[in-house]
Design a protein around this ligand. Structure first.
Ligand code: ATP
Length: 569
């Protein structure tokens, strides 16, 4: 029925019959009265709360604070959770950390878990007490209702728990909290909880799945759901806070440190190759272009030419740790559009095997160093991403196969589908992985070298083997090699051509004009001076970390993975 002007339906709730004008007025008055009543009740509650807080003898010992100046006892010692040991028992300390979770035991007692520095966590106990320092029930309630991942500061007495706290890394101590301030609160609802952030990522696609949220994601062994890489990256702070990511990031730092220290001890000198370059120098199409003062510039696809300029410039042995950019639309767990290259280049005295031996030494020192010095971090990663330890060769028993030997091994001992692989064609990724399995079974190592690649599989600057050796249908082999771990490439290297005429001939043979931009300047350098024989290699830092830990994707090893579809955060 249509309402008449005298019978407005304005006050009718959906599904209810319209009310009369008089009825509407009455309802309006009633609503007003109720709103006033609610307002009054809220004011009274606030007053009551103020009175209670005012009356709370512990009121200065807890609350939100931006500034903790004079908040803590002068004799309380500021410590990090990782520093706490038995020498602190009985002492008063101040700990700044994230509140990981909390639990109410009773109105008088609660527990919190504090975390900092990766996976260093400790249990905190808050117990109501009338004796100084007073802890009120209200304080217990307030502390146990702080939102997880808030940054807090507590003053506490360090005590030994009745039993070791199994859930915490610092299991033999606990903090009896007497003061607690929230310095930076987290929201009540986190975009991704620590529980979810600590589950293995199962989906690395850059495309948003129709139901891409933690609830819809596949359940893992525990009851906590796993999230996709997209969700992790959209919650970058929580992604990074997860102990597994902290451990990966720490291992990454160690890889760089071992790389640098091994080389510095052998008279290698560091230099910085440019990222901005004036030509797509290596001739490939996989280069990013950008506007440069009305001209075009490119992002470096590798420091190759610059390492060689250093050798030409008399630096003898050089290395660099630098970003490398690849404009490849490769959406695989092995590829990123930006990664970190660990590169070296050195003069050769007698044979290119000097380079191979140096690179083998670098990688073995990195892997052995990690196994010795990062056992805890490795264990943290393994607790999320299960893996077998990387099998390394006994000293003196390093495995070096020629490309032809590797293909023969694959044909004879690999899966049937690879029974016809050729000696003059580059290996596919499945072939490389299958070979990794064969080598592991046969030689008991996950780390090996494949040397003497056919020239068809190498760039123009690769030096061809002087012996004239060929594979397949007469394809010449090069003094160039790749290194593998767990069947995946982590390094490419070899001897470079240092004779300008030979270089020019190889450039032409690859269908590139020696006069093209970047190439011309490169070849000219070899004409300007006499450049000693030299060689080197490029290691992908992200891949070394990822495959050492047997992670499901190289994206997990990068600080901020860049892919064809993702530039944020
Ligand atoms: P691939 O064939 O796997 O794409 P590549 O032969 O192009 O690699 P090189 O140009 O020889 O690799 O680079 C040297 C090293 O850099 C590689 O052994 C690898 O560890 C790393 N690397 C190369 N491309 C990428 C990439 N897109 N993302 C991450 N690391 C990479």
């Amino acid at each position: 029925m249509e309402p008449t002007p005298e019978q407005p339906a304005a006050a009718a709730a959906p599904g209810e019959a319209p009310v009369s004008k008089k009825g509407a007025k009455k309802a309006e008055a009633k609503a007003k009265k109720e709103a006033l009543k609610a307002q009054r009740a809220a004011e009274l509650a606030a007053q009551a709360a103020a009175v209670t807080l005012e009356d709370d003898p512990a009121k200065d010992s807890y609350g939100d604070r931006k500034d903790t100046t004079s908040a803590f006892s002068p004799d309380a010692q500021a410590v990090e959770i990782r520093e706490l040991d038995d020498s602190h028992i009985g002492k008063t300390v101040v700990v700044r950390a994230w509140l990981q979770n909390s639990r109410v035991q009773s109105a008088k007692m609660g527990f919190v878990e504090l975390r900092k520095g990766g996976n260093w966590n400790i249990q905190g106990v808050v117990m109501a007490s009338d004796n100084a320092p007073v802890v009120s029930r209200r304080m217990v309630k307030w502390i146990t209702s702080i939102n997880p991942e808030s940054y807090i500061a507590v003053e506490a007495t360090v005590k030994q728990p009745l039993e070791p706290v199994k859930s915490c890394r610092v299991s033999g101590l606990e903090l009896h909290i007497t003061k607690c301030y929230v310095l930076a609160p987290a929201p009540a609802m986190l975009g991704m909880t620590m529980g979810v952030a600590s589950q293995p990522i199962v989906n690395f696609s850059d495309e948003k799945a129709p139901a891409d949220d933690a609830e819809a994601a596949p359940k893992t062994e525990t009851t906590v759901p796993a999230a996709s890489m997209l969700t992790h990256l959209d919650n970058i702070a929580m992604h990074k806070r997860a102990p597994v990511q902290q451990a990966i990031a720490d291992i990454r730092i160690e890889v760089k440190r071992f790389f640098r220290s091994y080389l510095e001890a052998r008279r290698f000198k560091e230099f910085e190759p440019p990222c901005l370059i004036g030509a797509a120098s290596e001739g490939g199409g996989n280069v990013f272009r950008l506007a440069y003062f009305g001209e075009e510039a490119f992002l470096a696809q590798s420091p190759q030419f610059y390492k060689q300029f250093e050798i030409a410039g008399g630096r003898e042995r050089v290395f660099s740790i630098s970003p490398v950019f690849r404009a490849e639309n490769s959406n695989t767990p092995r590829h990123m559009t930006e990664f970190t290259g660990l590169d070296l280049e050195m003069e050769i005295k007698e044979s290119y095997t000097e380079v191979l031996t140096t690179l083998e030494g670098v990688l073995l020192s990195i892997f052995r160093g990690l196994q010795e010095r990062c056992a805890e971090e490795i264990e943290t990663v393994r607790s999320v991403y299960h893996s077998e330890p990387l099998l390394l060769p006994e000293p003196g028993k390093e495995v070096r196969l020629t490309f032809a030997e590797a293909q023969k091994l694959l044909r004879e001992e690999g899966p049937a589908e690879f029974a016809n692989v050729r000696d003059d064609e580059d290996m596919s990724t499945p072939q490389e992985k299958a070979l990794g399995e064969v080598v592991r079974t046969k030689y008991k190592t996950d780390f090996y070298v494949i040397d003497k690649f056919p020239e068809t599989a190498r760039p123009f600057y690769a030096k061809i083997d002087d012996s004239g050796a060929t594979v397949g249908d007469g394809v010449k082999v090069t003094n160039a090699f790749d290194f593998f771990i767990r069947g995946q490439e982590v390094l490419s290297g070899g001897q470079r051509i240092n004779d300008p005429a030979e270089l020019e001939e190889r450039i032409r043979a690859k269908g590139i004009s020696p006069d093209s931009a970047g190439i011309k300047e490169y070849v000219t350098t070899f004409r300007q001076v006499g450049v000693p024989p030299h060689g080197g290699g490029g290691i992908g830092l992200d891949r070394v970390v990822a495959w050492f830990l047997a992670l499901p994707s190289v994206h997990l090893a990068a600080c901020y993975p860049r892919t064809p579809k993702r530039l944020m955060p």
